[in-house]
Design a protein around this ligand. Structure first.
Ligand SMILES: [Fe+2]
Length: 307
């Protein structure tokens, strides 16, 4: 069966390459693995050849999303499965270092999705300096039609639908993490599908406090949080990267037991068992902040439209 197991990478369109390279390598603490002839820079969090690609083009923020498939599925089989759903895809070879072949397709919003089975794992290991997240955790998408896009990931790519926050957000996962995708209705507000935020997992609360100190020492303000979300129960804090993308650093995300359909119990859960459900707010602690997360995400687009 066609099913991704992992959010492998995100490719971001970058305007301020010097700032973004410094941010990813010195502040977040990823390892720069390679730069290609087009000036794309590939960063690893510790194992794979890359988990972040910075591409110097003036385009939509999110250029592609890479998902690694379950290891026993060939790309030919995956393509046949996509065809059954009427989804066209292209097999591409040697389009990026570390991944010799991938399937390229578009989701209903037009986001480019890459599916691949094998990736090089040169394992630069974790850096000693910087924030040093465990991994790229999830992407939140600003969708023009979130229900349609969420259904695509559920029905075609066999993601598990976990939670919803009113009509704002739809959470889906392809592994144990509560969400690797959050598909929001923000695209309607900014008039285009785009990135809402990108999120990295940290180890624990002390790591999160350290991370926020690192940000502030580097002149980056914390915009929202730390605060425990309702959907996923992750404790999250948000800031802007040098290009104005909203970035989340989180800990404590709910872990799904996919075969049983509920989350590993936690003392702060509202329900026992904690099943996928509908929420009407995004703060479990009730902490109020001056601006909503969506306001922080749209700032970049308002700047673009005003300039
Ligand atoms: Fe998030």
């Amino acid at each position: 069966m066609l099913k991704p197991s992992k959010l492998g990478y995100a490719e971001l369109a970058v305007k301020n390459m010097a700032g973004m390279e410094h941010y990813y390598s010195e502040i977040l603490g990823f390892t720069l693995m390679e730069e290609d002839e087009e000036g794309r820079k590939y960063f690893s969090s510790g194992l794979d050849h890359h988990n972040i690609i910075l591409t110097p083009v003036n385009d939509s923020n999110l250029l592609s999303i890479g998902f690694q498939l379950d290891k026993d599925i060939s790309l030919i089989e995956a393509q046949k499965e996509l065809n059954k759903h009427g989804v066209s895809s292209k097999l591409k070879y040697d389009t990026q270092p570390g991944i010799t072949e991938l399937l390229e397709l578009k989701d209903p919003d037009g986001f480019t999705v890459h599916l691949y089975s094998d990736t090089a794992m040169p394992a630069p290991r974790f850096k000693e300096k910087g924030i040093i997240p465990n991994k790229l955790g999830h992407l939140a998408l600003a969708s023009m039609d979130p229900l349609k896009t969420a259904d695509f990931y559920k029905d075609v790519l066999k993601f598990y639908y976990t939670d919803k926050i009113d009509e704002r957000a739809n959470f889906l996962t392809c592994n144990n993490d509560h969400h690797v995708l959050n598909i929001s209705n923000l695209g309607k507000r900014i008039g285009q599908p785009n990135l809402y935020h990108i999120a990295f997992e940290l180890r624990d609360a002390s790591h999160q406090y350290h991370a926020l100190d690192v940000l502030v020492k580097n002149g980056i303000k914390v915009l929202w949080g730390p605060n425990r979300h309702t959907a996923g129960h992750n404790i999250a804090a948000y800031h802007h990267d040098p290009d104005g993308n909203l970035v989340e650093l989180f800990i404590d995300m709910d872990q799904l037991i996919p075969g049983l359909g509920y989350f590993d119990p936690r003392p702060w859960h509202e329900d026992f068992p904690m099943l996928p459900r509908y929420w009407d707010d995004n703060s479990q602690w009730g902490t109020k902040f001056e601006e909503t997360l969506l306001d922080y995400a749209v700032k970049k687009f308002e700047k673009v439209s005003n300039s």
